[in-house]
Structure formats: C-alpha cells, structure tokens
Design a protein around this ligand. Sequence first.
Ligand code: ATP
Ligand code: MG
Length: 319
Amino acid sequence: MIFQVFFALCRCFQELKTCRRGKSSTSREPDFGGTENFASSPATLTDCETLLKKNEETCKRYNFASGWSKVRVLGEGGYGKVFLLRKKKNKIARKVVLSQPTDCGFSSEEIIHIQMSHPNVLKLYCWEQKANVLCMNLEYCSRGDVASHLLNLDEKDAKSYFKQLLDGVAYIHLRGIVHRDLKPENLLLTKEKVLKISDFGLADFFIINGKEIRLTETVGTESYMPPEVLQPGRKRYLGPPVDLWACGVIFFKLMTKRKPWSRADLNDEEYRMWVENRKGLYKKDGWKELNKAFRTLLNLLLEPNPTQRIYGWRRACRH
Ligand code: ATP
Ligand code: MG
C-alpha cells in the first residue's frame, strides 16, 4: 500500500509541476441521477463572466428553482444549513449560506467550487443568489462525511480514502487553488465509497495569471493547520504545502483514530516532541501503532519547513 500512496503523492507532485507550467488537466464529469451530465468547468480560471452565464443556464436547464422537496438537514453550523432535497428519483444537497452577491474576479466559495470537475471533488452543479442568501446545489453524498465513520473505519477503507484524497488534492492544486480546510468533516462519501472533497469556503487561488503567489490569512481548522500558518504576526506562506500538511494530519487520524497534536506550535507537547524528539514520540499511543513506511510518509507530509515539505516529497519521488 505504501507504494500506491507514494505513487499518488508523486503524481500529485508531477501535477503541481505541470500546473506551474500552466497546462490544464483532463477530467471526467460526475453523473447526476446516473444519466445526465452537468456543465463542465471552463478552461481558464479567470473567465468569470462566461462562468456566471453558464451557471445561470445550468440552474435554468435543470430547474433547480422548483419541484424539489426538503427531506432533511444534512449539516448545520454558524455558516447556515445543508439540506437533502429530492425530486422524483434525483437527490441533491443544497447548502444555504448568508453571503453577498459575487462580483466577477472575486474568489468566493461558489466561483472557486464551480470550476472543479474531478471524481474526488464534490460537484457544485450551480448556485443561486437571492438578496444576501446564497444557495449552492451540490452533488449528494449519501454516506455523509468521513469524520462520522472514523471510529469504525478498517485499514482497507482508510488507505483507499487517503489515496482518493491525494488524487483530489492533486487536481485542485493543478487548477491553481489551495483548499486550506482539509479535514475529515469536509471529505464526503458516496454510496460506492468514492471520496469527494467538499467545502471550498476557505479556498483561494495560489496561482494568478500563471504566477505563484503567497497567501497571508490565518485560516483553517486549528489541528489541521501547519506551523507557518499558525505562527503569530504577519506571514506570507505557500499554498500547496498547507494542504499537504492537512493530508498528513488526516492520514494519521485515519490510521490511528487520534489527532497527532492539538496545535502545531512548540507549546504543544506532542508537536514539540515531533520537532525535537521524534523517537520519543514514536513510543506514544497512536504513533507506536504506525509501521515504518507510514512514518516515512508522515515525515514527508508533516515536515515543519513548508519548502522542505515539497522538496522532501520530490526527492522521494526520484528514488
Ligand atoms: P462551517 O462553516 O460551520 O464549517 P461548512 O462550511 O463546513 O460549515 P459544509 O462543510 O459544506 O459546511 O457542510 C457541513 C456538513 O454538512 C458536512 O460536514 C457534511 O456532514 C454535510 N454535508 C455537506 N454537503 C453535503 C453533501 N453534498 N452530501 C452529504 N452531506 C453533506
Ligand atoms: Mg465544512
């Protein structure tokens, strides 16, 4: 299995390099109701007006505005609610949030999400904005999120989910986007156990006009955030290493059902041991259950230095 994951990581890295050269990916559209295909993503990330028009057409074509009945609430929080909706045999999830209308060029959740088209990324069919309420019509994942399956997860599924996560992350990065909130709650599962990355609420572009930019905001979920984002004061951090770090934390959690630390700063005992006394840490619960290959993988993904996080990975891919 470690080889499979390694290949997935290498593919991720190769695609990152492709991304910097500005090539686009090939992608498949997920089916809706098993038969119909929805709008495909535009070739460029900047053609916002075309994208808005296409979104409007899709919503009209599939008549998302009427005929759908609410079945139940799938998730709820400070952001708003996610509902399960049904129309005849078709089911969708509708995320309803308070949000101002989107201007072209503005990197909002729906503008970023609608451009994604990959088997391991949740499909946003289209969105509708009424006054300050935004409704996102999403592919429905009947098994819910990975977090709710963690305790009963066997190793085979854990490995499969992790591999699918890497495939989805490679694709997102290839589109010049960093997710910044990867965690089991944002990884959804279909009936067939296909993993779908969801919730682009904190995502942003890390490539603009073909150039890699650095990001500055302190955003994410604390226990999945890397040290360069958690550090106090002003910062300018690279995009992809943030998601790689979160993948490392998720891998640890999938394999051990625990989190490696609460916060990646030196005041946290476990994290300090990770930086200063790794051998000592390996004797602790959770860590001692991981074999050498899994630890090697974690050494690459949870590398405290973000530039080494990428280069360590590249070195590993060469061998
Ligand atoms: P918050 O801002 O509070 O973090 P959120 O932005 O995280 O909220 P989502 O992650 O999109 O909102 O959705 C919240 C939860 O709703 C998910 O963790 C999941 O359990 C459920 N959910 C969301 N979308 C779907 C879907 N398409 N199919 C099934 N369940 C879903
Ligand atoms: Mg979420």
